[in-house]
Design a protein around this ligand. Structure first.
Ligand SMILES: N[C@@H](CCC(=O)N[C@@H](CS)C(=O)NCC(=O)O)C(=O)O
Length: 260
């Protein structure tokens, strides 16, 4: 992976440092939004929980920071990112941090806040996607909430997914700098996240997406453009990109897709 960055002295480091991403090792999940930003930035990072226990990594290292009694600012849940002494949690907050450091967001405040606003909207969408298969409780098996999942997913594919994707389509349409990007004239972390949303929705709800895609051509064009970026296409073809599965957030249960 690419360049080594210097963190500003105000954050307490002068040494070149490697980011440590902490996320569940076997799924894309919310960690994927961070991975995509790190990959596009060519940042030097390790995916700690995917490393081996012998080298002080693996899930125990993640749990140590999550549950450790001495962490002054403990994250609530993965993903979180360690940058030297700083531990940053919440996907949208991690991206706010990385966006500023790797030119993946505008520098000016209005643009930065706009990007963050859109990312928080992605987070809302992700939570609703999760709830299509776990509408009652994350601690229960899907099989224990199938009836509720069917009702929830039916509303998601007919009402919520069109509303969210239609919103991002309008944002693209109204961008004064052109409809290739959500924010300004350049790629931002929000574009990377919208790519992931489209890829995930296609995996989870292929029939619903086949219908919906016709009404959001700019969103689909953005997805395709991101997939073709050299660092992203290399990442997608690499073993670092985990496959979608029924363990992650975007799950394919045929009975939850449209037309059932
Ligand atoms: N709002 C947080 C949600 C984090 C989250 O829910 N992480 C999941 C994995 S994707 C988790 O492990 N949650 C445990 C829990 O909520 O108890 C974010 O966007 O990062």
């Amino acid at each position: 992976m690419g360049s080594i960055e210097l963190l500003p002295e105000t954050l307490g480091w002068q040494e070149p440092m490697r980011y440590e991403l902490y996320y569940w090792p076997t799924i894309q999940g919310r960690g994927e939004f961070v991975r995509l930003a790190l990959e596009e930035a060519g940042a030097d990072y390790i995916d700690v929980a995917r490393g081996s226990k012998q080298h002080g990594a693996g899930v125990p290292a993640l749990l140590e920071l999550l549950n450790g009694k001495t962490v002054e600012r403990p994250p609530f849940a993965p993903p979180f990112l360690r940058a030297g002494k700083l531990i940053v949690g919440q996907t949208a907050n991690i991206l706010l941090f990385l966006g500023g450091r790797h030119a993946l967001a505008p520098r000016a405040e209005a643009g930065r806040i706009w990007a963050h606003q859109l990312q928080l909207t992605v987070a809302d969408l992700v939570a609703e996607v999760h709830d299509t298969h776990h509408p009652i409780a994350g601690s229960l098996y899907y099989e224990d909430q199938r009836a509720e999942a069917r009702r929830r997913a039916a509303d998601f594919v007919t009402t919520r997914a069109p509303k969210f994707l239609g919103y991002f389509e309008r944002v693209l349409e109204r961008n004064p700098a052109g409809d290739a990007h959500l924010v300004g004239a350049r790629l931002s972390y929000v574009d990377l996240s919208l790519f992931q949303v489209v890829a995930g929705l296609r995996y989870a709800f292929p029939r619903a997406m086949a219908r919906l895609e016709k009404s959001v051509p700019r969103v689909i064009a953005l997805h395709d453009g991101v997939a073709e970026r050299p660092r992203i296409s290399a990442y997608l073809a690499s073993p670092r990109r985990l496959a979608f599965s029924e363990e992650g957030i975007f799950r394919h249960y045929d009975e939850l897709d449209a037309g059932h």
